[in-house]
Design a protein around this ligand. Structure first.
Ligand SMILES: CC(C)(COP(=O)(O)OP(=O)(O)OC[C@H]1O[C@@H](n2cnc3c(N)ncnc32)[C@H](O)[C@@H]1OP(=O)(O)O)[C@@H](O)C(=O)NCCC(=O)NCCS
Length: 171
């Protein structure tokens, strides 16, 4: 199998490519997350532009010159958020998500948090495998309110996972 390359996204050249990866990968949510939270495309071009403008920094993974995955990080003062982690459907379960996660978690010494749908059990399993833990419901509500901008409905239907650095600072 060809080598995997991880590097910062090149913009604007790779905008359309990551937009495709995100919406292909987000098909995993269809029929799984609450119906009123699903829409297609899952992320519009303008939403992606807004995320980039809001300082979500994307790392991309490419293999054989094909961009196959993307993962963003966003600096929120005391913590780093992992935002928009997506591996193309055909490239999953071959270690790409893990390689990206290890890579982005080395970009800062700050604690890392990730918010995802409670129904996305595969994603929860994936982060737990990398040492993240699901925080309590009350911590989740507080953290989503403090660091994210998500509608109340999404807060209700999400979980937040935190890495070991966060658990150490929270004790
Ligand atoms: C979550 C995601 C990023 C993981 O990327 P990946 O490249 O497939 O993950 P890796 O190959 O590095 O790691 C695989 C491990 O993650 C977990 N995992 C991944 N997909 C899983 C699934 N469908 N069911 C159960 N566990 C799963 C398992 O622990 C798995 O290990 P295993 O294959 O030995 O059982 C990818 O599945 C994805 O893009 N999903 C759709 C979008 C999404 O849910 N994004 C996360 C939102 S925060």
């Amino acid at each position: 199998m060809s080598a995997l390359t991880l590097r910062p996204i090149r913009l604007p050249a790779e905008f359309n490519a990551i937009h495709r990866v995100i919406n292909d990968s987000a098909q995993a949510y269809s029929g799984v997350i609450p119906a009123d939270c699903w829409h297609e495309p899952y992320m519009s071009q303008s939403e992606l532009e807004a995320e980039i403008a809001d300082a979500v920094h994307f790392t991309v993974a490419s293999r054989a010159n094909e961009l196959v995955a993307v993962m963003g990080v966003q600096d929120r003062d005391a913590v780093m958020l992992i935002r928009h982690a997506y591996v193309s459907t055909h490239a999953r379960r071959s270690g790409i998500g893990s390689a990206l996660l290890r890579h982005v978690c080395q970009l800062s010494d700050k604690p890392f948090l990730i918010g995802t749908w409670a129904a996305a059990t595969w994603a929860i399993e994936f982060y737990c495998r990398h040492g993240f833990k699901v925080v309590s419901d009350s911590d989740k509500d507080e953290l989503l309110g403090r660091y994210w901008r998500v509608p109340a409905r999404q807060v209700k239907t999400s979980v937040v996972l935190a890495d070991q650095r966060w658990s150490a600072t929270a004790c």
